[in-house]
Design a protein around this ligand. Structure first.
Ligand code: ADP
Length: 483
């Protein structure tokens, strides 16, 4: 049998209720029983005084005189107890029968040595609930010594025994009134606990069903958040998780579709040209032209694969940063050098403004080189012949701001938010960005995020764009960490 949460909670509740009511019930009923016994002892107490009075007027001397007999009979009737007169050593002197006649029994009473000692010292002796062998019932007993005022000796002991009938009856009366409220509170408790567990388990069941749906690939299931408690929090977290999974699944699908598309077009064109050369459709004198295209497509394929690898490595954390202090100015100059031939070919005027002699930053130089290269590559690529490109640094308190500015075609406001997405290219036909993969800027953004920095872009279509990013200055890091 499966023990559901509901069953477990109800069982625990029942167990707790039983244990608690058992403990409280025992304490309370014991206290009540002892209270009832005290009341009975108080009831019996005047009987002792009455017997003492009868002794003082000659009970011991004339036990069976008519006056004494009727006096004792009245006492027995009033107090409903067994009345014994004992010798100081505990032997029974007289037992009073129902009509008040004293019978001389002459046997030992059931009072033990300890009780006799208390009595001989002049004190009263009480005995709470005990099993009386003579009457074979449960009894309580009260005994008091009668002391001679002349000699101060104990003359005799008045011994009263009462059965528990009155106490039991009053106890049973109370108990009969108790079970109804106890039972009803247990039933109400079970109903409440069941309701509460239902409220807890229902969303859990919903989450469990929805999780199975997710496992099947259905990410659209969300859970209604009804409560503002831990269960509500769990449902909220579940919904966030489902949304994120759906997003990542969508991204995965788009990524695969994009990759397939990006790989297919160069391969198709390479295949077409090679096939054309093999079957003679392309004349031999045109080979060099088409082989140049094949070579460019192969380079693009290579770049695409390399960038995809880089991006996935950065995202999966396989590209840990190797942060070291280095001179950013020197790195910028090195990157510019790589583009010198293209800049010359396109007659692009480059303005470099690095105000400080050295700009020491703490970052991974290889990754930052990639950032500069990708930004510079775009600037050169999208800037027409004879225009202007600029690269500037501006040192702040903690960071240095690097701007790469161009007078290229610019980016439309509608496209701006998407240029950081993988495979996003404004020019879908890739006429002006033939070598573009749409992965350059996502890599730039990821690298800067890895460094805890950010990049922003402003652009005017037809006028140009400015990409601005920051890097942590080395001197500040040095001051903070005390290196
Ligand atoms: P690509 O390899 O296509 O350049 P990127 O991720 O680097 O990929 O850039 C994505 C798109 O953003 C580019 O295709 C282009 O449309 C636009 N873009 C990026 N930089 C510039 C720029 N400096 N000027 C104009 N458009 C740009």
């Amino acid at each position: 049998m499966r023990f559901t949460l509901e069953k477990k909670l109800v069982l625990i509740f029942l167990l707790v209720v039983l244990l608690l009511s058992g403990a409280i019930g025992t304490v309370l009923t014991n206290a009540y029983r002892s209270e009832l016994m005290d009341v009975r002892f108080k009831e019996l107490s005047p009987c002792i005084d009455d017997v003492k009075y009868l002794i003082s007027v000659g009970l011991l001397e004339y036990p069976n005189s008519n006056a004494m007999k009727s006096g004792m009979a009245t006492l027995l009737e009033n107090y409903n107890a067994v009345l014994l007169l004992l010798k100081p050593n505990g032997e029974i002197l007289h037992e009073v029968t129902a009509d008040g006649i004293m019978t001389d029994v002459g046997t030992k009473s059931d009072l033990d040595a300890g009780a006799l000692e208390i009595l001989s010292s002049g004190s009263q002796y009480t005995r709470s609930e005990y099993y009386d062998n003579a009457t074979q019932t449960r009894m309580i007993a009260l005994a008091a010594p009668v002391v001679s005022s002349a000699t101060n000796d104990v003359i005799c002991i008045i011994y009263l025994k009462s059965d528990m009938k009155k106490i039991d009856e009053s106890y049973a009366r109370i108990m009969s009134k108790l079970w109804l409220p106890v039972l009803s509170s247990v039933i109400i408790g079970i109903v409440l606990v069941s309701f509460l567990t239902f409220r807890v388990t229902m969303p859990l069941k919903e989450i469990s069903t929805a999780s199975r749906e997710i496992a099947k690939g259905n990410f659209d299931n969300t859970i209604d958040i009804r409560s503002n408690d831990e269960i509500g929090d769990l449902a909220k977290s579940y919904n966030i998780m489902a949304k994120e999974l759906a997003k990542s699944e969508k991204m995965k699908r788009e990524f695969i579709a994009n990759v397939t598309h990006e790989l297919r077009s160069p391969i198709t064109s390479i295949n077409g040209f090679v096939q054309g050369m093999l079957d003679g459709t392309i004349a031999q004198e045109e080979y060099s032209h088409y082989l140049n295209i094949v070579s460019a497509e192969t380079r693009r394929l290579n770049k695409l694969i390399q960038e995809m690898l880089d991006l996935s490595r950065i995202e999966s954390g396989m590209f840990p940063l190797n942060n070291v202090p280095f001179d950013l100015n020197e790195l910028i100059r090195r990157v510019i050098l790589k583009f010198s031939q293209t800049l010359e070919e396109k007659h692009i005027d480059l303005e470099v403004n690095l105000p400080d002699e050295k700009t020491m930053v703490l970052a991974d130089p290889d990754r930052i080189e990639q950032v500069l290269q990708n930004l510079f590559d775009n600037a050169v690529k999208f800037t027409p012949q004879g225009r202007h490109i600029g690269i500037y640094t501006e040192t702040g308190a903690d960071t240095v701001q690097v701007s790469v500015q161009d007078e290229g075609q610019g980016i439309d406001e509608l496209d701006l938010p998407y240029i950081w997405d993988r495979f996003y290219t404004v020019d879908k036909a890739r006429t002006s960005s033939k070598n573009g993969t749409g992965l350059g800027l996502p890599i730039v953004k990821k690298i800067l995020e890895q460094h805890g920095q950010n990049i922003k872009v402003t652009s005017q279509p037809g006028q140009g764009s400015v990409f601005v990013f920051t890097l942590a200055l080395y001197k500040n890091v040095k001051r903070e960490t005390g290196i």
